[in-house]
Each structure stands twice: as structure tokens, then as C-alpha cells.
Design a protein around this ligand. Sequence first.
Ligand code: FES
Length: 139
Amino acid sequence: MALYSEKVMDHFRNPRNVGVIEDADGVGEVGNAKCGDIMKIYLKIGNGIIEDVKFETFGCGSAIASSSMATELIKGKPVEDALALTNKAVTEALDGLPAHKLHCSVLAEEAIKAAFKDYYDKNGISYDPAMFAEPEEEE
Ligand code: FES
């Protein structure tokens, strides 16, 4: 069996939503200390909807595929749905990742949450800090 699914290869070779949103409402940047990969997510939010989302990922193929898929999963969705996105959902949408690559999908969840936190902080919106607790790696 191939190590990576067709979907992972597709999103790695042809990533969606790559780039920068200059006037983003929230920006989140996270990294993984072990592998050194870095992911940055930009959110444009209006009327409670994710109007646009872009990413820049300096990292492995799984991190690129995870960020691409994660942006696809939240684009056009209500804020609550985007906030509820888990690394497990990203992994499932990619038809799985090898166990040692699950942390790549965790980065995507963390980066989106960090962008929301930035958005809330900038706009003085109060939130429960537990919402932004570090996600667990889920299989
Ligand atoms: Fe670390 Fe993929 S190897 S994000």
C-alpha cells in the first residue's frame, strides 16, 4: 500500500489557498519544535463566516497537504464550524496520514486556532482560553 493517499498527493502537488491575505482579520503562526516545520494561516471573517483563508507552510508534504485541506474545509463556513475543526477531521478528509505524520495535521488545527485567537484579541472579543488549548494528536 502506498504510504500516502491520492488525496494527500493531490493537495501536496496542487495545494489550494496558498498565499497571504494582506488585510487579514486574524493571522496564526505555529511551528513544531521537533521537525522545525512552520505554518501560517490568514483569515478573513465577515458576518460570522470565513470569507477567505490562505496559508503559507514551510514544511513537509503532509503539512502542505494538511494546510491545503484544512483551508478547504473551513472556507465559506460559519466561524463555529471552523473553530470546531480538528486534526482528526483534516486527516480523515485526506484519507489518512501515516502515524508519524499525524502531527502535521495537528499543526493545521493549531494554526487555525491561533488565527482565531488573534482575531478575538484584536477585536477585544472575550473567549474561553480552553478553546485554544493545545490539540491532542488523534488517530
Ligand atoms: Fe513536521 Fe510534517 S514533519 S509538520
